[in-house]
Design a protein around this ligand. Structure first.
Ligand code: URA
Length: 434
């Protein structure tokens, strides 16, 4: 196998045979294909795309590059959820303990914030002491004890993806539907799950703004995971305005706790229940989504999912007291209200809010940056509300006065007051099944 021949073939729009692609990927893992050659290949694949046969070879090679978890067939069904990334999306923090409480097993491996969107690991680390870096043996033990575990990517799972993703990140080749699909689905299959739900965010606050493209990515991922024997469905959900009332790590944990207690904002509860219901139905624990959502809603209202979350926090080294007293979460010293610039109907642009939250320190500008768990935004009014000039629309939580002022300046681009009420749009846009 000559690496240059493979690169040229993909560059010129040719179709690689299974043997060619597998040999190229293995040679890369062994060190006989250089990083610059893989970079060139990724760009060729980005531009030319991968056909279904090539995609399934890539998927298989990524899975086989590392360990694959296995769960006993007679134990609780193992399930997981993946979101393509949004602003204010704290669904994972609620869904994992909720489904564990409903009798499922949730081996959740999550990521950090990407671009203007937040990441589950950064949110969990806002809980004092919470450890997301555990090895596979400990991960399994936590799953056996609690029914769910929430950790970061381990070195043992899909190491080829880790290397490819690092290259894509610096070569402008992240937003390729084929490469994204292989990257995401491989890690979920390696978790050993039997059912998966994908939350494909669509709208101005999502990485994919176009509905057809979002549908295409969802279809590719659903088909890929289904072919691997994982029962998979996807929901396309709206990401035009932030989900829930908070953006920022500790603030989002607080809101997740409220929702686990049966409260929380209606949109967050709706998306969480819809995604969780997909999984309950997939594993045959409920006849349909309506029945599943009713069962899961009752669990939230009864408080048992919050208790399970507290147990999870404790076994992962965190302070379980935050579940009863969110005042124990880190809090920002500066709180500045942001007044409405006019009277009318409020519109909030999720992307600009996400960018402002990164500037405030809730996300990273560079991978090596630390995040400040305390900072973010707490909305008192939501997109679609009728508001009056001067009333506080939100509170900026900042580390210092300069940060609060910069954020307020950026927010002037995120907030629009319109004389007309907005057209109402459903939160769950579409459902795609295998
Ligand atoms: N998240 C992933 O895990 N992989 C991608 O390629 C993009 C987002």
């Amino acid at each position: 196998m000559l690496p240059t021949r493979i690169i040229e073939k993909k560059r010129d729009g040719g179709r690689l045979s299974s043997d060619e692609l597998a040999a190229f990927l293995r040679a890369y893992l062994e060190g006989s294909v250089a990083e610059y050659q893989m970079s060139a290949f990724l760009m060729a694949a980005f531009i030319r795309g991968l056909d279904p046969a090539e995609l399934s070879v890539l998927l298989r090679e990524i899975i086989d590059s590392g360990a694959r978890l296995r769960f006993a067939d007679d134990g609780p069904p193992a399930v997981d959820k993946h979101s393509t990334g949004g602003v204010g999306d704290k669904v994972s923090l609620i869904l994992a303990p909720l489904l564990a409480e409903a009798g499922l097993r949730v081996p959740m491996m999550s990521g950090r914030g990407l671009g203007h969107t937040g990441g589950t690991l950064d949110k969990l680390e806002a809980i004092p002491g919470f450890n997301v870096s555990v090895d596979l043996a400990r991960f399994q033990a936590i799953l056996d004890e609690i029914g769910c575990a929430m950790i970061g990517q381990t070195k043992e799972i899909a190491p080829l993806d880790g290397r490819l993703y690092a290259l894509r990140d610096v070569t402008g080749t992240v937003p390729s539907p084929a490469l994204i699909a292989a990257s995401i689905v491989s890690k979920k299959v390696a978790e050993g799950i039997g059912a998966l739900v994908l939350d494909v965010k669509c709208g101005r606050g999502a990485f994919i703004t176009d509905r057809d493209q979002a549908r295409g990515l969802a279809r590719t991922m659903v088909d890929l995971a289904t072919a691997e024997g994982v029962r998979t469905s996807a929901l396309l959900t709206a990401m035009d305005a932030p989900l829930g009332r908070t953006v920022g790590n500790a603030l989002e944990v607080r809101e997740a706790i409220e929702t686990l207690r049966g409260g929380g904002p209606a949109d967050l509860r709706e998306v969480t229940l819809a995604l969780s219901a997909e999984l309950l139905v997939s594993v045959g624990h409920a006849a349909d989504a309506e029945e599943a959502a009713a069962e899961l809603g009752a669990i939230l209202d009864g408080g048992a999912a919050l208790e399970r979350f507290a147990r999870l926090i404790e076994v992962q080294g965190g302070d379980p007291g935050v579940a009863d007293d969110p005042g124990r979460l880190p809090a920002a010293p500066i709180r500045e209200p942001f007044p409405s610039p006019g009277s009318g109907w409020l519109d909030v642009d999720a992307r600009t809010v996400g960018v402002a939250s990164v500037e405030l320190g809730a996300g990273r500008r560079r991978v090596e940056d630390a995040v400040d768990p305390r900072v973010g935004f707490e909305f008192h009014r939501r997109a679609g509300d009728r508001v009056s000039e001067g009333e506080p629309l939100l509170t900026v939580h900042a580390a210092d006065a300069a940060g609060a002022a910069t954020a307020a300046h950026r927010l002037t681009d995120a907030i629009r007051i319109s004389p007309e009420p907005p057209a109402s749009q459903p939160l769950i846009l579409e459902r795609i099944v295998g």
